[in-house]
Design a protein around this ligand. Sequence first.
Ligand SMILES: *Cc1c(COP(=O)(O)O)cnc(C)c1O
Length: 365
Amino acid sequence: MQHFNFSAGPAMLPAEVMQQAQAEMLNWQGVGSSVMEISHRSKPFIEVAAQAEQDLRDLLSVPDNYKVLFLQGGGRGQFTSVPLNIAQSTDLSLHLQSGSWSKGAVSEAAKYTRTHIVAQDTVDHTGLRVVPGQKDWSLTDEQRSQAAYLHYCPNETVDGIAIFEPPKLEGVPLVADMSSTILSGPLNVNDFGIIYASAQKNIGPSGLAVVIVRDDLLDKAQSITPSFLNYTIQANNDSMYNTPPTYSWYLSGLVFKWLKAQGGLSVISKRNEAKAALLYQAIDNNDFYHNNVATQHRSIMNVPFTLADSALDSEFLSLAEANGLAALKGHRSVGGMRASIYNAMSLEGVQALVEFMQEFSRTKG
Ligand SMILES: *Cc1c(COP(=O)(O)O)cnc(C)c1O
């Protein structure tokens, strides 16, 4: 039986990548050791690191005036690092709150700078979750003039809420938590001051955070900023001020190569859209299933849904598991189900899920 893993994170990785890592595990490129057993300062590892950076730059067309950093501490680490690096304690960080992760970023930023929430996700008259457009934000000219940055999360992993068009505030750098959406399709890096992502959703194994930061945002850190969190220090040391998560970096590099071999991000993006369309169709065409996000905000990476009768939740999960469909339980804060369908999930996997859902509603609904 096929096994399909819908985990939200750490999430599945492409089988080809895992096979290559397995083949290279004990004796990497003939050096006689695993890549995780050699110095990050050795020539062979520096080459791995530089190649991974170059491949990521190629995939996202990162302009030359941006640094790409490979750091520790995942997504939440950046909730701390962003304010420490680009806002003084008297500055203001603006936040568009569209779900649980962007909300988490506010409370962490508030420890190091002043914060202001410009808008929060809400429920419209039809009961669907929406994010207010910019014309409905609460933001005075004074707040805007004091703003060091505007933070948002284009894809809320727990809630399945996406914001497809980046907000624009003239003169205010945009910071995006792309943990669960980076590399799912092409993007215009120039729209952003900082893009960051924890690796374990759509990049590689956990432990790593990728940070893409525009040069003019360096040299702005608060004096209390721990050195290993300081973007400028890390940039000046090629992300090796402290020992980086070398194995995660190597494996992420294999994923970047895999993405290039698939044809790059426009090919990947079409595939992702097809997968998501198939799953949402299965939900919308069946009264037994429901997704509570307004169409224009539906995530193509994380698809939460509920059953008409929540008493059947545990049976749904155990039967799914028995049919090779793993990790469909929704986040503990929202309940229900969630299918995470990142780059590595095949269309075949989504088809198997859809068939299972149809069968389940037919026999149990
Ligand atoms: C997973 C996730 C995080 C947290 O990442 P950690 O590596 O667990 O700190 C933050 N933001 C988003 C959008 C996420 O999906």
